[in-house]
Design a protein around this ligand. Sequence first.
Ligand code: FES
Length: 171
Amino acid sequence: MIEDNLQQRIAEAIRNPKNMGELEAADAVGTVGNSQCGEMLRMWIKFKEENGRKVIDRATFQSFGCETAIAVASLATEMIRGKTAAEALSLSGEALSGDLGPLPPMKIHCSQLVEGALRSALEPSCAPAPSAATLDSSARSTNSNLLDNFTKPAQQPGGIRVVLLDPKQSK
Ligand code: FES
């Protein structure tokens, strides 16, 4: 029954996902992948000045596949608007899941994927790095397409970092 309600909430969230797609002239971009399920998610973030604070004006995402990750990313990109980077970084995957409510154990890593993309964008040094892979530097372009970048081999140092989340941390 709880599972059914969750499925309903996820279905509602992805029926009209918010903030999906690339964000032109983004100030920060973060990409993470889960090597176990093969999901990948990229988040773009743009800041603005508001009352002397640098806050998130807009955040968007692209994701492959998983409905839960898409639903969480949709909610999370709405939730972090108006927050500073530090405030956004203080949100856990559970908090970012917002109205979806508690996720079952097998879906917790979906929200962690969103949290990881946020961390990778806002504070690359604090994202888990053991399996980090580097893509070519054209991936830095905020106009770059997620699929294009993932299918291109690494060619130059200094490209954006794709963080492969440790499956052990996803359980
Ligand atoms: Fe792996 Fe959702 S199933 S991110």
